[in-house]
Unconditional design. Structure first.
Length: 122
């Protein structure tokens, strides 16, 4: 698992984060806006490495229910097992070769808990 995608996943984890999971249309719209603002393609946290065609999110292994696949995606090629927001098709999702070097990546951290001992100035 020494591919670019898994190195990016490891980089996120070293900062207490995961590659981003996209669970809703609103989250997807935000990430598409972000990606378009910078003009790049980005790895997000889905893959089908374990079972071909069975896409799951990093960190939770939850199945990908919401999706924004581009036309003809996922393509289903055996070497395209990692999920990216892809610049050339208006930031829709593609399954891509996990070794593709030029994609950037988006990490997400859990929202901090609130409650006793978690306030500012307490």
């Amino acid at each position: 698992m020494g591919t670019i995608f898994f190195k990016k996943k490891s980089s996120c984890r070293s900062h207490g984060a995961e590659l981003a999971s996209v669970l809703t249309a609103a989250e997807n719209a935000y990430l598409r806006y972000f990606a378009a603002a910078f003009g790049h393609s980005y790895w997000i946290g889905g893959d089908d490495e374990v079972v071909e065609g069975s896409w799951t999110w990093a960190g939770t292994d939850a199945p990908i229910d919401y999706n924004d696949w581009g036309p003809g995606e996922p393509g289903g090629a055996r070497n395209e097992n990692c999920l990216a927001i892809y610049h050339p098709i208006n930031y829709h999702w593609v399954d891509a070769d996990c070794k593709y070097p030029s994609f950037r990546y988006i990490c997400e951290k859990p929202y901090p808990e609130s409650g006793p001992g978690h306030g500012i100035g307490k």
